[in-house]
Every structure is written in C-alpha cells, then in structure tokens.
Design a protein around this ligand. Structure first.
Ligand code: ADP
Length: 247
C-alpha cells in the first residue's frame, strides 16, 4: 500500500464560471496530521465538500487508499472510513453524552433508532460509547445532557461521535474555532491523541495549533495550492507571508 492515504490530482470545482478550487494536488500521508490553511475564500471548505462528495468536482480525481473514489457517493466514501467531524448541530442537544455517542455507533451499524435493539446489544453499545467518551476525556460527564456542556467540551463530544464512525481518515473542520486558550490547548492535545492509528486532515486557522501538531501543511490561495511543506518551511515562505500579512 502506498504511503499516501489520500491523493487528489488537479481537483477543480467551478461555480457558474467561478473557480473555487483550481487544479489542487493534495497528498496526505498515512498516519499524519495534515493541515489545510489559507485566507478566507481560499477554497478550504469547498475542498472538504469535494472530498466527502458533498459537492461533485468539475474535473480532477480523488484517490483514497489507492482506489479512485472520484465518482463514489458520500455514503460509500464514509463506509471506506473517510469521516468528516459532525457539526455541533448534528449532536442531539437533549440526549446525554452517552446516548449521543451510542447513536453514532448505531448509525455506523445501520441500526439507528431501531426500537427492537436487544438489551445485550444495547449494553455492548453503551460499553463502547463509554470507551470512546473516555478516549476524549468526557467519561465523568457521560450522563449529563449535552445542551449543558461547555463549548470546548462539545467539540470533544463531536470528536467522540466521529470516532464512533470508525474513521481511517478524519476531516476536522476548524476544531478550535471560537475557543479560549485552555480549550484550544485541550482540543489540540486531544487531536494529537486520537491521531494515533488514524490520519487527520484539518482546516485550522490557529497557527499555534498548526505548529504544535501538524506534520504537513498545504496552503491554499484563491483556490490553488500556494505552498506545501512542514511548518518551518511554509511559515518562512515569502508568498505565504504575503498572502496572510499582505507584506
Ligand atoms: P474557505 O473555506 O477557504 O473560506 P470556500 O471554499 O468557502 O473558502 O470558498 C471559496 C470560494 O468559492 C469563495 O469565493 C466562495 O464565495 C466561493 N463559493 C463557495 N461555495 C460556493 C457556491 N455554492 N456557489 C458559488 N460560489 C461559492
């Protein structure tokens, strides 16, 4: 198997003549934390939408684990293990944390909302949900109602529900957005922890987070790749400095 878990080739998305993503070659190494960065409007969200097939590319291709998935449906891609973190709104606010993760597990098994789930199965699912909550450090809050959770902890819950889908490649959408320092540090460490045995591609604006955990960075500007490399290399690139600072 190749070193690369995900590879796009000349990936392009046009909206009525406007090119939002332009001939992007993205190469994500297996087991790495890869950050996708760039100023607002650079095409990061569109890229994520193309990778999960929420949007269809205009041209170009996407390979996952050496298989061309360009024309696969979103559900097929999710089954292969490409999972985008759920937005907080996708978590049921009036369920407990444990119930939310269990629903994620049931969804993965295709048994969500079945009333005839046996007690045995339910116990096994609850045990697994508890393991996942423990993995993200929320075990003590398992029986709390989700709506009462502080914001930073909701992102941790979102990561637990994503893990329930058994991701091989996790796509994280601005995981530290809107957080205070303490929560940022906690979520940064959590991402590092859950990256063990998985690959993470994340859109992130916080440079401290990126310098702490990203193995590789791709910088987008106006839909195209401006630079690619490690943090030191990318942060010293004059074109990147110009794109960010206008210097
Ligand atoms: P980023 O996530 O880096 O901020 P986006 O991927 O959201 O950037 O957007 C890239 C560009 O594509 C922006 O100029 C945006 O206005 C445009 N765009 C995104 N989605 C659409 C759409 N559905 N229709 C038209 N233009 C879009």
């Amino acid at each position: 198997m190749s070193d690369l878990i995900l590879q796009t080739s000349q990936l392009t998305k046009e909206f009525k003549g406007f090119t939002a993503v332009s001939k992007v070659d993205l190469a994500v190494r297996r087991g790495s934390i890869h950050a996708l960065i760039g100023p607002n409007g650079a095409g990061k969200t569109t890229c994520f939408n193309l990778l999960t097939k929420f949007l269809k590319p205009t041209s170009g291709s996407i390979r996952f684990n050496d298989v061309d998935i360009t024309h696969e449906a979103p559900a097929q891609i999710a089954r292969r293990g490409v999972i985008r973190s759920f937005q907080i709104s996708a978590v049921f606010p009036h369920c407990t944390l444990l119930e939310n993760v269990r629903i994620g597990l049931q969804r993965q098994l295709g048994t969500a909302f079945h009333f005839w789930t046996s007690e045995n199965t339910l116990n096994r699912l609850n045990d697994r949900a508890m393991e996942l909550l423990t993995e993200v450090g929320l075990q003590d809050m398992a029986d709390e109602v989700t709506v009462n959770l502080p914001y930073g902890r909701k992102r941790a819950l979102e990561i637990a529900t994503t893990l329930a889908m058994e991701p091989e490649l996790m796509l994280l959408d601005e995981p530290t957005q809107g957080m205070g320092h303490e929560d940022v540090d906690r979520v940064t460490q959590l991402i590092k922890k859950v990256s063990a045995g998985r690959t993470i591609l994340m859109v992130e604006h916080n440079m401290k987070v990126i310098s702490t955990i990203a193995d590789r960075i791709t910088v987008l500007q106006r839909g195209a790749v401006l630079a690619e490399g490690g943090y030191e290399e990318v942060s010293r690139n004059p074109q990147v400095m110009e794109a960010y600072m206008g210097t």
